[in-house]
Design a protein around this ligand. Structure first.
Ligand SMILES: [Zn+2]
Length: 98
């Protein structure tokens, strides 16, 4: 395993940002519930923030899913099952040495 391998740098960066962004989902949900329970009448500013967060996270997750395999160039996460950690095209394992 070569997590520090420069060939995997882009994948590592994008997947980390996507995972950190995903952590925002419980926060957005909790804030939404809190605001509604507090009886705030206008949700417009929060709604805009939630929509912007959803769009941002969708873009970040899309980019993470499209990172090319360092060996064959096909998107590494394309056509993968949720628990598989290898390229479906060439079989390169995640963070494997090239
Ligand atoms: Zn590949």
């Amino acid at each position: 395993m070569a997590r520090s391998d420069p060939a995997w740098r882009v994948y590592r960066q994008r997947s980390r940002v996507a995972m950190l962004g995903l952590l925002g989902l419980p926060a957005v949900t909790a804030i939404s519930i809190g605001i509604r329970l507090a009886g705030v009448e206008s949700m417009a500013p929060f709604d805009v923030l939630a929509i912007v967060w959803c769009l941002w996270w969708g873009w970040v997750a899309f980019r993470a899913a499209r990172v090319p395999c360092p060996r064959c160039g096909v998107p590494f996460l394309a056509n993968q099952g949720p628990w598989e950690r290898h390229c479906e095209n060439c079989g390169l394992a995640l963070y494997a040495d090239l």
